[in-house]
Design a protein. Sequence first.
Length: 166
Amino acid sequence: MNVIEIAVKMETDAIKFYKEASEKIQHPVGKKMFLAITADEKRHLEALSQTVKGIVITKKDVNAMKNIKTVFEAMKDAMMQRVEATNDELEAFKIAMQMEKEGIEFYKKAVRTVQTGEEKSLFEWLIKEEEQHYGIFANTYFFLSDAGSWFMWEERSIIDGGTPWA
């Protein structure tokens, strides 16, 4: 199996896991995160599949972080409710972070082994996207495991005087 075929398998496995996780997770924020990342992974799979077929692809830069911020803004009221994530939900995020980390490492090695500039460009793009996914999963895990601390650090309410009373 060559690196692109392995990458196709990795992306297919990620899509399956993230889709199943989105169906099992009850917390609305967690569910939305998995659904958003699943859509990104489908784009990755399509790009890899086109490369296997020899089709020159146009890699559409989608800002995963911007999409996630939109999800968080749309769900602000639901986020404020003290809905505790279950240990199983948190475990799903840990697994997702590990999958993204392994994907990043694989794609970094792939960049050094591929023969064409097109393949190198594809894997560099995938590295960037997977790094964003890792950050999204890590941030969501932090939010779900400790929402109070997450709001403090993300909003920097104490650190930079961003609160109305400061």
